[in-house]
Structure formats: C-alpha cells, structure tokens
Design a protein around this ligand. Structure first.
Ligand code: CA
Length: 369
C-alpha cells in the first residue's frame, strides 16, 4: 500500500502528465517543434477490380478513400481507379505488389494463379459464411496466415467488405441434375472452377464487365457474379432465362483491400491506423449495403423484369458439396503454408458450425415454424 507521501507524489506526477498531455506549461515540459513543421501529404492511387463507380463492390473503395481523407484532415488523398483505367481488373494484385499503385481492392481468389492458397481468404464452396469467415480472419488466426502468404509479394491484405451469400447464377437452360453441367461454359471464380471441371463443365475466368456481352453472344452459357444488386446493375436478366439459388460456391465472400507493404510501413503510425480503420469501416458498410440493396433488387428483378427464380435440386447440391470438400482438402497438399491455412480454416469451421447450429441455424428454423 502507498503511504501518504507516496500517494501525494503519485498524484502530483499524474497532474503533471495530464498538463503535458494537454499542452500546458507544466514545469519541465519542453515545447516540441513538430507542431510547427509542415506535415507531409500523400496522394495515393487505389486500383480496383470493378468498373468505376460500380454499385456495392465499387462503392466500398470510394467510401474508404473519403474516410481516409476526412480522418487524416487531408494529409492523404486517394484516387480510385476502375477496371481498365490504370490496370485491368485481374492485374490489381501485380500493380500493388510492384507499387504501380499503392492500394488495391478486389478479391483474393482472383489471384489463384499467383497463390492458390489465397482462395481460402475469399470463400470456399460450401464453406464458412460471411460472419464465420470474418471472425476467423479477425479472431481465429486467419489474418496472420493471410499476411504471411502475401508477405513475399510485398503486400498486406485486409478484409474489404462482404457480399453475404451470393446467388447461384444466370443460366440459359435449366439445371436439373449434374449431367446438365456437362460441357457447360460458365464464368465462375475460385475453387468452384475445379468443382465445375470435375462435372465436365468448362469454367471461365472473366471480370464482371465482360459478362453481359459474353452471355449474349454465347461465349458462355452461364455466369454467376454476385447477388441481386450487382447482377441487376450488369443487366444479366436480359440475356439469360433462369436465376438459380443458392450460391453454394460463395457462401459469403470476403472482399480485399491490398496495401503495398513497403509504402504502408513507411507511413507515420497515425496514418497507418487511419488506413486500417477506414478499411474496417468500408468493409462493414459494404456488408450492410448488400443486405439492404439485395433485398430491394431481388424484388425488382422478379416483379419488374419477370426473372424466373429456380432453386438447385437437393441431390445436385449434395453432389456439389461432396466434390467441393475434396477440392478444398486437396488445397492442403499444395504447400506447407497451404496445409497450415487449411488446418486453421477447418478447425475454426468445425467449432463455429457447432455454435451456429444452436444459434443462427436454430433461430432461422424456429422463425419459419
Ligand atoms: Ca461471385
């Protein structure tokens, strides 16, 4: 226990610290000259995998840029570039890695050609949903593994929004069984490409901006993109017959902010924190925006545009799930880090599913009774 003198000394020290913190003329305080020095300003480029000002996915990087400028009191200005304005959508990873742009916004599974293990950080077919994914990344060790995976590329990744459960996609013919995937040319990203291949389909990788024309001209027979809000914006209902659900291949895709690691680490600590905080805010904004606008857009697609909704048959979903689990487990064999990411993902998935069985799932079932 402090004696009386000790308490008084402690109090005096606390008052002195408080005065110094408030910039008061406490005895012994030395005026710093940092306040007088002009602060360095930054003008950074953010390249994205989306058309400029694209709703939802393209809104998040704009929200991010606005918040960074406001929070930094103008010390950092960020110019957002759409697909093709500075680099094409699928070159975002390379551009930020090389420092052509300091920042990027896209999705980790687009870079499977660079690092196949990156697919763990967007969505896995029949894998964890959006809330589960984000809690794994933030609290389950996912972020540390993601950082480690991108470190050799001079990149720092951060979550950049979540689409929620996506739709199964737009098809020009009915899908009643796995045989209907035979020879089907479908735009689909990530691990679902391998699933489609094993059913005899032909997966195609292309950015969203090319989907309408490719479907219209028969370059592809089917495509998924996202959910009702973004799919409506691309006008996909005009060039296909059936809109299938659920998006088994993307049960809650995490979007991604990319930071050039060298440039990020050279920033003052407060600007680094502002960038991180703005990324978190933009990420949450996207999640909520999609829930709200997908709801409105689905109604518009069905009621105004006469879109025919179809649910994938149960036996087909079971078969897709079976193949998906094989494909996911094979990712573990790619590399030592692939094995560690896979182990972390699977452990978290097992545990969180137990909790959600008695919370989210039980409630969803109860409210339909
Ligand atoms: Ca998608």
């Amino acid at each position: 226990m402090l004696n009386n003198i000790g308490m008084k000394t402690g109090l005096a020290a606390a008052v002195l610290l408080l005065l110094q913190a408030c910039g008061g003329d406490a005895p012994g305080a030395v005026a710093g000259d940092s306040a007088a020095a002009p602060q360095q300003t930054y003008e950074w480029k953010l390249v994205t995998a989306w058309p400029k000002n694209f709703p939802g996915l393209g809104h998040a990087p704009e929200v991010f840029a606005e918040k960074v400028e406001a929070m930094s009191n103008g010390r950092m200005k960020i110019r957002v570039y759409g697909d093709g304005e500075l680099v094409p959508a699928l070159e975002v990873f390379n551009a930020v890695s090389a420092g052509t742009a300091e920042l990027g916004h896209g999705a980790a599974y687009y870079w499977k050609g660079k690092a196949p293990e990156a697919q763990f950080f967007t969505a896995l077919p029949f894998g964890m949903n959006g809330r589960e994914m984000e809690s794994w990344i933030q609290y389950g060790g996912g972020q540390e593994l993601w950082d480690e995976l991108y470190e050799p590329f001079n990149l720092i990744p951060m979550p950049g929004g979540n689409t929620g459960v996506q739709m199964g996609g737009w098809f020009t013919k009915e899908i009643n069984s796995k045989e209907d995937f035979q020879g089907l040319k479908m735009r689909i990203p990530g691990l679902a490409q391998d699933v489609l291949s094993r059913l005899g389909g032909v997966p195609v990788n292309m950015p969203g901006s090319e989907l309408f024309t490719s479907l219209q001209t028969g370059v592809i027979d089917a495509t998924e993109f996202n959910g009702p809000y973004n799919d409506l914006a691309f006008g996909l209902y005009e060039v296909s017959d059936y809109y299938y659900y659920p998006g088994w291949h993307e049960p809650g895709s995490v979007m991604e902010f990319l930071f050039n690691k060298e440039k990020f680490e050279a920033l003052p600590a407060d600007l680094q924190e502002i960038l991180r905080t703005a990324a978190e805010a933009a990420s949450l904004d996207m999640t909520n925006e999609f829930t709200a606008r997908n709801t409105i857009s689905l109604t518009e697609l069905v009621n105004k545009h006469g879109v025919e909704l179809r649910e994938f048959p149960d036996d087909l979903l079971q078969e897709l799930n079976r193949i998906s689990q094989q494909v996911i487990d094979e990712l573990a064999d790619l590399s030592p880090i692939g094995a560690r990411i896979h182990a972390s993902y699977r452990e978290y998935e097992t545990n969180v599913k137990q909790f959600h069985a008695v919370s989210e799932e039980a409630f969803t079932r109860a409210r339909k009774l």
